[in-house]
Design a protein around this ligand. Structure first.
Ligand SMILES: [Zn+2]
Length: 210
């Protein structure tokens, strides 16, 4: 895919998420690797519904702003994911309704905030660790993501929202959507007697690709 095709894909997928309510206002950001040294990302405060291919930010893997509009401060945790996960080529960060609601609950299991009740969640995301609350822009968010990135491909920022990676941008968006739908089911099932997926089946599913 050429860089221009990647720019068009970023705009189209962000608009699709915006139109279906996964992103609102200027919240959220996404990025995709152009090559080993550069990534394409959404500008600071930009609405997913109104991105333009020529205004996207280009950032080096060391965090330098190279071209386009100014990137979000949150690009720092995207960079930590790329540095620590060689299989990661795209990152989606949302403040989507159900995952953000989940991130505001007390007493979550910090290693995996949602115990698996569907196989798709396990195949796409595996588990969802919780990153403790820090104010937006705090450098500790990126540090915490970096520490967990070797063993996890998705994260939930407490009182904030999800970070989801993928092998390409389509994969990262699909993973983010699956995760948001799983959180929606979590709330629909709240207080009910849930049949969870067994540990044995989870081990088998984690070795499978969707
Ligand atoms: Zn955010």
């Amino acid at each position: 895919m050429t860089e221009q095709e990647q720019r068009i894909q970023v705009v189209a997928l962000a608009k699709s998420m915006f139109d279906r309510g996964y992103a609102t206002g200027g919240a959220g950001n996404l990025s995709v690797k152009i090559d080993d040294n550069r990534l394409l990302t959404t500008p600071t405060g930009a609405s997913f519904g109104r991105l333009e291919p020529d205004n996207l930010s280009v950032v080096s893997m060391s965090g330098e702003h190279l071209a386009g509009n100014r990137p979000s401060k949150e690009v720092a945790f995207h960079l930590e994911l790329y540095r620590n996960r060689p299989d990661c080529n795209a990152v989606v960060h949302l403040h989507s309704t159900y995952l953000t609601a989940l991130s505001c609950l007390k007493g979550l299991d910090s290693e995996n905030v949602m115990r698996a009740f569907t196989p798709y969640y396990v195949m796409r995301v595996g588990q969802l660790p919780l990153i403790p609350y820090y104010n937006p822009g705090d450098k500790q968010i990126a540090v915490s993501v970096g520490e967990l990135a070797k063993n996890n491909s998705a994260f939930l920022l407490a009182n904030h929202g999800p970070i989801v990676s993928g092998k390409d941008l389509l994969d990262a968006v699909d993973n983010a959507e699956e995760l948001e739908e799983t959180a929606k089911l979590f709330f629909i099932l709240s207080g009910q007697n849930i049949a969870y997926i067994s540990d044995e089946n989870i081990d088998i599913l984690k070795r499978k690709k969707p």
